[in-house]
Design a protein around this ligand. Structure first.
Ligand code: GRF
Length: 193
C-alpha cells in the first residue's frame, strides 16, 4: 500500500511517519510504504529529508496555476501516479477543493495543531493562550469537505504553561504530533487490512 505525504514546510511530521515506517514493520505486517512526498513549495525543508531517504519527491507550485481547481487537478494527477491507499496532509498549507477531497474520500487524513473541534483554522496556539486554556494539543482527523472538521482518529493533550508563547506551546505540541501521527496512520492501515 502506497502512502503519499503532502507538505509545505519543515516536514517534521512527514519525517516522523517515514521513520516509523522504517522502524516498525510497516513493510511486512502493514504492507505499506511512503511512496512519495509532494510539496507546493520548492524550498520546503522536508523535501531534502525525503530525497535523502530515497523517497520520490515532486514540487507543484500553486502560484503557477490560474485557479485552485486547476492546481488541485494537477496535484491529483501527480498523487495518482502512486495509486495511494492513503494521502497524508502534514503541514500542507493549502485549502483543498471539494473535488480533491471527494476524490480521496476515506483515504485522506490531516493533522491539526489544536484539540478539535476547538480552534479550527490558523494561529491555534496563540488563540488557545489568549482564551486562557490550561490544555492544548493536536488532532489527527479524516478530511471531509469542511476545513478542520472530520472524524477524529487520534488526539494528544499538552499543558499550557503560564509563560508560554505561541512558539513554546507549538514546540510542545509538535513533540506529541510526532507520536500520534505515525500511530494514527498505522492504526488506519491496520483497520484497512
Ligand atoms: C504542524 O504543527 C501541523 O499540525 C500544522 O503545521 C505544522 C507542520 O509541521 N498544520 P511540520 O511541517 O510537520 O514540521
Amino acid at each position: 500500500k502506497n502512502i503519499v505525504i503532502l507538505i509545505s514546510g519543515g516536514g517534521s511530521n512527514m519525517a516522523a511517519i517515514v521513520q516509523a515506517a522504517q522502524q516498525q514493520d510497516w513493510a511486512g505486517t502493514l504492507n505499506a510504504r511512503v511512496a512519495a512526498v509532494v510539496s507546493n513549495k520548492a524550498e520546503a525543508k522536508g523535501l531534502e529529508f525525503a530525497r535523502q531517504q530515497g523517497i520520490a519527491t515532486a514540487v507543484l507550485d500553486h502560484k503557477a496555476f490560474a485557479s485552485r481547481e486547476a492546481f488541485d487537478a494537477q496535484l491529483m494527477a501527480v498523487i495518482d501516479q502512486y495509486q495511494p491507499a492513503l494521502v497524508v496532509l502534514a503541514g500542507f498549507m493549502r485549502i483543498l477543493t471539494p473535488a480533491f477531497v471527494g476524490h480521496y474520500a476515506g483515504r485522506l487524513v490531516n493533522i491539526h495543531p489544536s484539540l478539535l473541534p476547538a480552534f479550527t483554522g490558523l494561529h491555534t496556539h496563540q488563540r488557545a493562550i489568549d482564551a486562557g486554556c490550561k490544555f492544548a494539543g493536536t488532532t489527527v482527523h479524516q478530511v471531509t469537505a469542511e476545513l478542520d472538521v472530520g472524524p477524529i482518529l487520534e488526539q494528544a493533550v499538552v499543558p499550557v504553561l503560564p509563560d508560554d508563547t505561541a512558539q513554546t506551546l507549538a514546540a510542545r505540541v509538535l513533540v506529541q504530533e510526532h507520536v500520534i501521527y505515525p500511530l494514527a496512520v498505522a492504526n488506519w492501515l491496520k483497520s484497512q487490512a
